[in-house]
Design a protein around this ligand. Structure first.
Ligand SMILES: *Cc1c(COP(=O)(O)O)cnc(C)c1O
Length: 346
C-alpha cells in the first residue's frame, strides 16, 4: 500500500494533442519488477519499463519517436521516409516498418560504423528485417557526417520527383524527442496510479533523443525523477552537452523553461572499445538479464545500459532502499549479428 510519504507529488500534464501524431505504439508499456536480478545483485530493488514491447516490428524506443515524426511527415504530404543509421540500426528497422504501416516508401543509408565484422553482419539481424519491410538501402564508410549524407540523398530524391521526409539518425530531433517526453508523462501517470515511487531511471544513451525527451518531459510536468544515461559511444562531456542541447530545444517545443547542464547525468564507463563492440560487462548483462528474468537485451545499447546499472549497484551508487527503474529500449533483433561473440560467454 502506498502511504503519503511514498507517493510522488502531483504533476502537471503536457498537452500532446497540439502535435501531429500517428498511433504506432502499444502503450502504456508495462513496468515490471526484476526480483531475481535484484536478489542476485543484493542491492536496490530493480524494475524494468518494457519499451522493448512497443509493438512495431518487435518494438523498441524509436517507435515512440516515430509517432510524432511520421505524424509530421503525413502532415507535409510526404510519400517516403529517408533516414540513416549504423548497419544494425534498430531505428532504421522501426522506420522501415512505420513506412509500411502508413503506406510510404523508405530509403536508408547504413554506415559501416563497427570495424572488423564479417560479411553476414550486413545481411542478418536488423538488415534482414529492413529488407523484409521493403526498404531500399545504400552503404557508407565509417566517419562521415551521416545526417548530411542523408539530407543530400533526400534532396536528390526530391529532384527525382519523390516527396521524401528526412528523419535524422535515431529520430533524435525535438519532434522525435516528444515521444520520450510522452513516456515521462506515462511513467508519472503509472506511478500515480500504482503508488510506486522510483528514485532513479537508468538507460542506454546514444543519439540522445530518448534521454533528452525524458529529461524535458519530467521537467515540464514538475516530476523530480533523475535520469541516468549510460553512454554507448561518446565520452561523458560530449554526450552531456549533446543531450542538453536537444533537451533545451525539446523544452522550447513544449513551451517550457530550460534546464541547467547539471540536470543531464551521463556515465561513460561501459562503452568498452566503442560503438557496437560489446565489452565483457555488456555480455555479462545479456547473460544475467536473460537467465535471471527471461528478458533479452541487445549487445549495442540496452545491455550497455544494464551493464551500467549493474556496475552502479556493485560500486554502491544506489541506496539499498532505492527503487531503480531500468528503461528497456529494445534491440534484441541485433543479437543474431553478434552470435560469434555471445556464444563464447554463456
Ligand atoms: C537507439 C537506441 C537507443 C538509444 O536511444 P537514443 O535516443 O538514440 O539515445 C537505446 N537502445 C536501443 C535498443 C536503441 O535502438
Amino acid at each position: 500500500m502506498a502511504t503519503a510519504e511514498t507517493l510522488d507529488p502531483p504533476c502537471a500534464q503536457i498537452d500532446f494533442d497540439k502535435f501531429a501524431r500517428v498511433p504506432l505504439c502499444h502503450q502504456p508499456t508495462p513496468i515490471e519488477p526484476m526480483p531475481r536480478l535484484s536478489e542476485l545483485l543484493g542491492g536496490p530493488r530493480i524494475f524494468i519499463k518494457r519499451d522493448d514491447c512497443t509493438g512495431l516490428a518487435t518494438g523498441g524506443n524509436k517507435t515512440r519517436k516515430l509517432e510524432f515524426l511520421v505524424g509530421e511527415a503525413l502532415k507535409e504530404n510526404a510519400d517516403m521516409l529517408v533516414t540513416q543509421g549504423a548497419v544494425q540500426s534498430n531505428h532504421v528497422r522501426q522506420t522501415a516498418a512505420a513506412a509500411c504501416k502508413v503506406g510510404m516508401k523508405c530509403h536508408v543509408l547504413l554506415e559501416r560504423r563497427v570495424p572488423g565484422r564479417d560479411p553476414s553482419y550486413e545481411e542478418t539481424g536488423n538488415v534482414l528485417l529492413d529488407n523484409i519491410f521493403g526498404a531500399t538501402h545504400e552503404f557508407r564508410e565509417a566517419g562521415l557526417n551521416m545526417n548530411a549524407e542523408a539530407e543530400a540523398v533526400t534532396e536528390k530524391l526530391r529532384a527525382e520527383g519523390h516527396r521524401p521526409y528526412f528523419i535524422p539518425g535515431g529520430g533524435s530531433n525535438p519532434t522525435g524527442a516528444l515521444g520520450y517526453a510522452n513516456c515521462a508523462q506515462e511513467i508519472a501517470d503509472q506511478t500515480k496510479a500504482s503508488g510506486q515511487h522510483f528514485d532513479w531511471l537508468v538507460m542506454g544513451t546514444g543519439s540522445t533523443g530518448t534521454q533528452a525527451g525524458l529529461v524535458a518531459g519530467f521537467h515540464a510536468i514538475g516530476h523530480a525523477l533523475p535520469v541516468m544515461g549510460v553512454s554507448v559511444r561518446q565520452p561523458r562531456e560530449h554526450q552531456m552537452s549533446a543531450v542538453h542541447a536537444l533537451t533545451q530545444k525539446t523544452l522550447e517545443k513544449l513551451g517550457a523553461t530550460g534546464v541547467p547542464l547539471s540536470k543531464i547525468l551521463v556515465d561513460d564507463g561501459y562503452v568498452g572499445e566503442g560503438y557496437g563492440i560489446p565489452a565483457d560487462t555488456t555480455l555479462e548483462a545479456i547473460r544475467l538479464t536473460a537467465q535471471q528474468e527471461g528478458i533479452l537485451l541487445d549487445p549495442v545499447y540496452s545491455a550497455k545500459g544494464m551493464a551500467g546499472l549493474i556496475g552502479m549497484v556493485r560500486r554502491g551508487f544506489f541506496k539499498p532502499t532505492d527503487n531503480v527503474l531500468f528503461l528497456h529500449t529494445g534491440g534484441a533483433t541485433a543479437l543474431f549479428a553478434y552470435q560469434d561473440q555471445i556464444l563464447g560467454t554463456l
